[in-house]
Design a protein around this ligand. Sequence first.
Ligand SMILES: [Zn+2]
Length: 401
Amino acid sequence: MLQLKNIGLLSTYNSTTGSFENIKNCNIDIENDIIIDIGENNNNGDHMIDCNQKLVTPGFVDAHTHPVFKNGREKEFIQRISGKSYEEIAAKGGGINSSIEEVRESTEIELLDHVKKRMDEFLSMGTTTIEAKTGYGLDTESELKSLRVLDHVHNNHKIDIFPTFLGAHSIPDEFNGDSNAYVDLLCNEMIPAVSEQGIAKFCDVFCEEGYFDLKESRKILKTAIEYDLVPRIHADEFSNIGGSKLASEVKAISADHLMEISDEDIELLSNSDTIAILLPGTTFFLGKEKYAPARKLIDRGVHIAIASDFNPGSCHIKSMPFIIGLSCIYLGLSVKEALKATTWSAACAINEEERIGSIELGKKADLIIWDLDTIEQIPYNITSPPIRNVIKNGDPLISLD
Ligand SMILES: [Zn+2]
């Protein structure tokens, strides 16, 4: 048994009471990878970690990332800061197209190497579970290869990865803008092959002007549902072409981005089980001004989660503490709301809330031991709130020996 003793403050959402909870002066007992006791009792563990009266929270769940690419796109970042827009760079063959070329040419081993390193960084910043999308292969073999990479890293890395098939990320160049033909390939070949491979849990689509329109997005997600993939959707990011409407229509587990969501669509989401995943890092990284209307969404009763949107183009940010900081500054969230949105609600957004996302008896021991006293100090130390240790599946990242 592992015991975390002398915890000054344990801060977590509690799914039984439905509220945020602060417990002072306690211990957590962990058997294998499960939390078996939280309290003042002083059981003797085989291994002890003295938390020195500091803060303990659940590990972060990042419910929206795109980590399967080869190299970074810092050259494009330079073009953007010199005044070119993301859309202009993409139109000139940069952007996502350059990542696609590299993924298609890379071996599985080369990709593995890059993805593993990224996961090391995620974990060191307290992210213990991650949703990860493909979408830089965009042909059947390269998408299946990307999913195999995610599966391999999931099985050989401490971090847990929940893979999403995002073949509908963009229309690859060889289709010369013939989106119908690519949607046919997606529905008739790629989705059946992904389902047969059995790694992906979710299917996502980029429902946006110049990418996949409403009709195409509906066809892709309905096909995915037939093949037992859970639908999720990039909706209302640059324009509102009906993405979040479609999310509630097909009962998507999440509708993500939502900078351009209308009042009417907020109403639809509030009457659905779809979770709104907000990605403030993208607005920030693109130097834009319009953030998702988080307060309005919360006030109308929409369940929101917050994620990083880590990807090589529009948001090269892995740090969930930094994303929490942005959520407090630009989305108007309280620190408690931001912490709930990056742990419990994010776990709901990948269907894993029974196992992770909060510190409760019977749940997996995915925890962060901070060198901080309160949760308010997380966004206050926005670039590098100090972490003493991360516990993943009951196993400390920084070894006790
Ligand atoms: Zn995305």
